[in-house]
Design a protein around this ligand. Structure first.
Ligand code: AMP
Length: 282
């Protein structure tokens, strides 16, 4: 496994692979890896000759007062996990190399990114799109792998790729959950024991919603209310930023549940803000 810090060294190694006709699969991450990340790596390995994983806690996608400084980091552990998966290339750029003095160009998707996370984390997707486009330009992947865990992010990236004619296939991968249903996330380490227990309410609310839909509930506003009321029973869920039943393509709230919808949820516990989503089946 080769670990690159310098963009120019990675770029020339990738150029060599490309000349040899090798396909490149790319998994961008912020590190502190878990089974969710590794599922993307495994998918990339199956579909490409070479896999590149990047580990970069991207400052431009964090707002003021968010957790950039305390975001969990453990590079040694991450590298061991990636080695075990048989990853060939790891890219670990420095903040100063990605954003040198005077950096002044940003990429912004202006429709899908406005609502939900975009509303509660202004500037977040601008930071995400900018770093992902930069990483695509450095890694030149044939395919790039993103988790449905961050469903809006996946959609925004797909839109950026389409709008800007980027020559990369975006592959969405299913959410990996803990045994009790909590979606895996690097941020779960912030949770106290009690918070961790109550965090499963999110998954339980999805199961409740799915049951109600199977029983015939078709009104999305009613379903949102039922989910909110369920979540409100958990005292450590201090704030519900949003619960929305949206169309999978437009991310706009739907008028009726027809079978192509996602529930998007964001909640705040004392130590962490958690997001999750669920594909409704009818
Ligand atoms: P992050 O390190 O949180 O920026 O995540 C890097 C990539 O892993 C993103 O594409 C995430 O959507 C994906 N990811 C994170 N958690 C999960 C999960 N539990 N299941 C599937 N993919 C995930």
């Amino acid at each position: 496994m080769r670990v690159f810090q310098k963009t120019s060294e990675l770029a020339s190694y990738i150029n060599k692979l490309k000349r040899e006709g090798k396909s490149v699969g790319f998994v961008p991450t912020m590190g502190y890896l878990h089974e969710g990340h590794l599922s993307l790596v495994r998918c990339a390995k199956r579909e490409n000759d070479t896999v590149v994983v990047s580990i970069f806690v991207n400052p431009t996608q964090f707002g003021k007062g968010e957790d950039f400084d305390r975001y969990p980091r453990d590079l040694d552990r991450d590298l061991k996990l990636l080695q075990k998966e048989g990853v060939e290339i790891v890219f670990v750029p420095q903040v100063g190399d990605m954003y040198p003095e005077g950096f002044s160009t940003f990429v912004e998707e202006t429709k899908l990114s406005r609502k939900w996370e975009g509303e509660f984390r202004p500037g977040h997707f601008k930071g995400v799109c900018t770093v992902v486009l930069k990483l695509f330009n450095i890694v030149k992947p044939d395919r790039a792998y993103f988790g449905e865990k961050d469903f809006q992010q996946l959609k925004v990236i797909q839109k950026m790729v389409k709008d800007l004619n980027l020559d990369v296939e975006i592959v969405g991968c299913p959410i990996v959950r803990e045994e009790d249903g909590l979606a895996m996330s690097s941020r779960n380490v912030y949770l106290s024991k009690e918070e961790r227990e109550q965090a499963t309410a999110i998954y339980q609310s999805f199961q409740l919603a799915q049951k109600l839909v199977k029983e015939g509930l078709k009104n999305p506003r009613e379903l949102e209310k039922r989910i909110v009321n369920f979540l409100k029973k958990f005292p450590l869920i201090k704030e519900i930023d949003y619960v929305a039943i949206v169309d999978e393509d437009t991310l706009e709230p739907v008028k009726e549940i027809k079978g192509k919808e996602r529930i998007l949820v964001a909640v705040r516990l004392p130590s962490a803000r958690l997001i999750d989503n669920w594909k409704l089946e009818i």
